[in-house]
Structures are given as C-alpha cells and as structure tokens.
Design a binder for this molecule. Sequence first.
Ligand code: NAP
Length: 229
Amino acid sequence: MPAPSDDKPKVLILGGTAEASALAERLVAAGEVTVITSLAGRTAEPVLPPGAVRIGGFGGAEGLAAYLRENGISRVIDATHPFARRISENAIRATAETGVPLEHLVRPGWQPVLGDRWHEVGSLEEAAGILPAGATVFLALGRQYLDAFAARLDCRFVIRMVDPPAQALPFADPVVILGKPSADPQQEAALLAAHGITHLVCRNSGGAAGYGKIAAARQLGLPVILIGR
Ligand code: NAP
C-alpha cells in the first residue's frame, strides 16, 4: 500500500508495541507530520493505531530502503519490541543507506523489587534447563520460542498466545490460553492461580503492558525465570 501523500513530513514508525501505538497517537494528535505505522502482520486482528498503517515485511533492509525512498519518508522511529532484533538491524542498515534519520525508542527492562523471586538467565535453553521436575509452567512466550521447552516431558506447560497456533505445539498435553497479557496484576494472579502455576517463564521485555504477570508472580510468591536481552 503506498504511503499517504500530503505536504507534511512523513514519519515511519516501526511498530507492534503499545509504546509505538501511543507514539502514533501523540504524533497524529500534534498534527505536524504524516504518521505511518508499520506492523509485521504477526497477529490476525491487530489493534490499529491512529494514522496510516501498512502491514507485512519490507523484504529485508533493501526492501525497507526502497520503501523509504519510494514514499519520501523523512524520519524513521524504531519502536519495535526489544527482542525483535532483525527489524531493528534492518532499520539501521536501510537508514544508513538512504540517509533518512533514525530514532530508536528503547524500552528499559524491568528491575527486580522486594518480594520478586527472579532467576535471570541468558537463553531459552537455560530457562528450560533450570525448571524443576514436576513444575507447572506458565510460558509467556511467542510460538517461535517454545521449542526449547519440548524436551521437558517432566513439566506441564500452560501457554498464552494471541492467536491459535497454526501448527501443533511441541508438547504432549499443553494448555493453551488465547489472549493478550493484562497489565492488571489481579487478573494475572487469578489466571496463574486458576492453572496451579508454580513457575513463570518470560523475557525481560519491559513496559507496562506485560508487567501485570511479574507483579502477579510477586503477589503469589512464584519464581520467575526471566530471559535477559
Ligand atoms: P524480527 O525477528 O525483528 O523481524 C522479523 C521480520 O519481520 C523482519 O525482518 C521484517 O521482515 C518483519 N518485521 C518485523 N517487524 C516489522 C514491522 N514493524 N513492520 C514490518 N515488518 C516487520 O521481529 P519479531 O520478533 O518477529 O517481531 C515481529 C513484530 O512483532 C515486531 O514488529 C515487534 O515489534 C512485534 N512484537 C514482537 C515481540 C517479540 O517478542 N519478538 C513481542 C511483541 C511484539 P522483512 O525483513 O521482510 O522486512
């Protein structure tokens, strides 16, 4: 889809996060620039931010560079998820090639507070390895991060996903919860308790939208296996 054309400078927000949507909202409200948010198209029914929206990959850094040129983009703001590394690398390369200025909205990671029982690990494999036998584990991870846990036949897995999985999950008897995380610790605590969760596994994504589960685990005294950046 071509970007909208008027005489205002065009800002491309690389999105897919709550922070990117909030930024689009602020820029559209200010009215000084034309805002285009780009989404990868991972979720079936994304909540669309205000302004123009384009959906789908660009075709690597070269594709993104071509998009910037063809659409006269004057600024790129990378507001993607901190674990979405490829698109951020592509943005660096494409803006270097085209000379379009790039800003990166970096979301700080969560910091432990009193009462947190965090085990910080460096990889999915390490997270899978430290789970005790017999654990009932809440995996707050996207589909592409689950395979590392498949060998843990001695644990039970409860998995939250936004959309139903397109392929069978790599577990014998997984419980799948469809939906987005809640920022409300009470709601998250009720969910963890209802499923008899003993361990939470997630990445240190930072941000308010995903923090509900961290606060909920603290409330319930549950250990959190936190995968670092
Ligand atoms: P990734 O590994 O960095 O990106 C893989 C490919 O997806 C990119 O090379 C690009 O394809 C396309 N892509 C990613 N973000 C895009 C965007 N905003 N607009 C257009 N194309 C995009 O990213 P990911 O981890 O798969 O995440 C995909 C999107 O989901 C990101 O936008 C991110 O903000 C959002 N998200 C990710 C997570 C997470 O845990 N990783 C969590 C919440 C939201 P081409 O090379 O073809 O351009």
